[in-house]
Write a protein that binds this ligand. Sequence first.
Ligand code: GDP
Ligand code: IMO
Ligand code: MG
Length: 425
Amino acid sequence: MNKLKNWSGITAVIGVDWGDSGKGRIIDDLAQEADIIARYNGGSNAGHTVVNHYGKFALHIIPSGIFNQKATNLIGKGVAVDLESLIDDEIIQLKKSGVSWKNLVIDKQATLTMPWHKLRDGIREESRKYNKVGTTKRGVGPTYADRTERVGLRVGDLYSKNFREILEAEIKIQNRFFSLNLSSEKIYKKFKSYAKIIKPYIGQTIPILKEAIAKGKNVLFEGAQGWLLDIDNGTYPFVTSSNPGIVGIWRSYDLHPSLINNVIGITKAYTTRVGFGPMPSKIETNQRDIIIEKGHEIGTTSGRVRDPGWLDLVLLKAATDSNQVTQIAITKIDVLSKIPKIKICTGYKISGKPAHYIPGNSYYLSLCKPVYEQFPGWDEDLSQVRKFEDLPKNAKDYIKRIEEYTKTPVTFIGVGPGREEAIYV
Ligand code: GDP
Ligand code: IMO
Ligand code: MG
């Protein structure tokens, strides 16, 4: 592995923001040199865009390393497995484009997202007047809730001789508790047919991963979402229900974070948020529309507009510190071209006094007013730039300020969505 500096062994790519920073695109590229690509959290709420010689894809659960036919792609036990998305959307999308794979393994212990989880997600969101989270309505919160309650159906249950009874009992309870009207016969038939389709991919991911590590193979972990959406350290309750940060790897694969050689924290050159919750550096001027349009800031999964904000170094540093990020990947710097003055948030104030990010406390964050530094922009189109030296001086200064503040090197800069549209510093 030599595209990124000091990169070999075990590497994690995690969002150090509110998601959608380009995890799919960097994984697709780095996966060409990986033996294992392992997704560890989230479910079909994720939308990872990959643009390569096969076409453009929106992946939700299938790891973005699927285009490397020599590698093994793992879906770990910490992933909420939504078979409707996996089979009726992703597998079809990939097959239509001529993508084939040999080694995809879905962990038997992963919890299934069932139809009642999606219904509950929708009912909860729609019934809320205040504190709507703005979920993707993919049933992810209820799936993790049932997992924690130890009542979730797991992938392996699909093959149990008692599957029909297990399913019927659970549907009875769901119908009663949540006033649903689900037919167990219909769901049974549907999931039996899904079970048949995915049978060749079912396995135990941890032994595969550990064997590969013991042999010194290159492993790439693919996170979903971003650390600011972490159930424990994000802007609760405006978060997702899993751990997008480094802890998610431990929970899914029993691999201690100290064994990970490289942690790549990925963020856009600005920031975005989709759904509700505080965002101190939200752009309220007409630059908001410019960034939405130039950056195509429309959610991959939900089709909603993502709110843009200036890059928030307070939050970025909180994320890089918490996850011991060893290198930062910045995407979409091309989108900032022609913006005359670019702001970057370097501190907060509450009632005129300095304030910090307190993980998990979104009320406190909602009170924070950003302190900005302003950078002169650049006019050049950056999409053809492949070397750091060739960037305009103002773009270089912008990157250097990020490195200086976070005390972490920026080793990847995205200048377009395609696999090749990147600068490896
Ligand atoms: P993910 O969820 O982190 O994988 O990110 P998404 O796929 O949801 O959103 C990132 C969007 O930005 C996608 O539409 C990508 O194709 C696009 N993208 C990624 N990197 C770049 C970049 O460097 N420049 C531009 N212009 N677009 C990018
Ligand atoms: P990727 O992997 C951006 C957001 C939702 C909502 C909150 C909770 O593509 O970066 P959920 O459906 O998880 O219960 O919604 O989290 N959210 C994301 N935002 N990117 C994602 O994934 C997201 N997955 C969930 O918009 O605010
Ligand atoms: Mg996304």
